[in-house]
Design a protein around this ligand. Sequence first.
Ligand code: MD3
Ligand code: FE
Length: 218
Amino acid sequence: MMDDLFGALRARETLAQGAVLLPGAALSRQERLMAQVGDIVSQAPLRRLATPGGRRFSVEMTNCGSLGWHSDAAGYRYESRDPLSGRFWPALPADWITFAQEMAAQAGFGGFQPQACLLNRYAPGARMGLHQDRDETALNSPIVSVSLGLAAQFLFGGAERTDPVRKLRLVSGDVVVWGGASRLFYHGVAPLAPDHHPLTGACRWNLTFRRVSAEDSP
Ligand code: MD3
Ligand code: FE
């Protein structure tokens, strides 16, 4: 309800075909989300993964769900166990699944069944270069992204790496659903400027809910 009030200040916006910004859609649950993030990180600690080329991501990551995204010398892929501990990833909280489904449905994607949530933490200076999310085979499913804490400049390109890039400021509580024609669009995040946010301190968090496999596994 409060979300609707704030949402009235920044209107829902279609960024590209299949890409919908829902401003402030997570505002009313952001404190609970961050408490749950704390639980997940205590079970599957944040880590700076190696790229296949031997560099390291500046963003710290972990996962929950039946699958989690991982990167090392062997490549980018989803794993059902945390390679750091050998244990299954923490479960996706039931209310996270419901929320991601609601957000997808609001953007026109009914029946979304997320399998993975990638948790990204940006400290000042952390960035994510322009890339496509293409380690999933369920390309008919959207990706639901939730921003928490410090604001970031999100970079949103097109189907080709050389397409013009639009800059979009994402603030705490913003949700973006990326599906349809935009599912394979290039995107990234500019280096995080140092600042302070009451919810997260010096950091920005981003949660992305993903369906990995097109088959009807849980
Ligand atoms: C557009 N994360 O984890 S979320 C990622 O803010 C990632 O941490 C960024 O890109 C972040 O892969 C951006 C927004 C996002 C996620 C997936 C997309 C935008 C997308 C897939 C296709 C197009
Ligand atoms: Fe991405």
